[in-house]
Design a binder for this molecule. Structure first.
Ligand SMILES: [Zn+2]
Length: 102
């Protein structure tokens, strides 16, 4: 992905996932350097999964969480696949962001 990256900073928004659930539980990271730190995400992304869980406003059992996140995980996977094909990084850490906007 390093050779030809399509990057337009206007296409990015700040990434806010409650408790960094996606990083902690799903092991996602920066699309360029794979660091488990994400500051920006490509626009029109699915709702971050930690925020989705928090929105339920109650403690969920493991199986409830599993059910709740099943579809969003697929949506995120699809989102990442499309971006990968377009050679657009889905997630960017601070460091890569700073390098890209230079
Ligand atoms: Zn990075």
């Amino acid at each position: 992905m390093n050779n030809k990256i399509n990057f337009n900073k206007d296409n990015y928004v700040e990434f806010n996932d409650f408790n960094d659930v996606m990083i902690q539980a799903f092991g996602i990271g920066c699309s360029l350097c794979y660091e488990p730190q994400i500051s920006f995400v490509l626009k029109d992304h699915p709702k971050p999964i930690g925020s989705l869980i928090k929105e339920q406003g109650k403690n969920l059992t493991d199986s409830e969480v599993e059910k709740l996140v099943e579809k969003p995980i697929q949506e995120w996977q699809k989102f990442e696949d499309i971006n990968f094909d377009n050679q657009e990084p889905t997630f960017l850490c601070d460091e890569c962001w700073n390098q890209m906007i230079w």
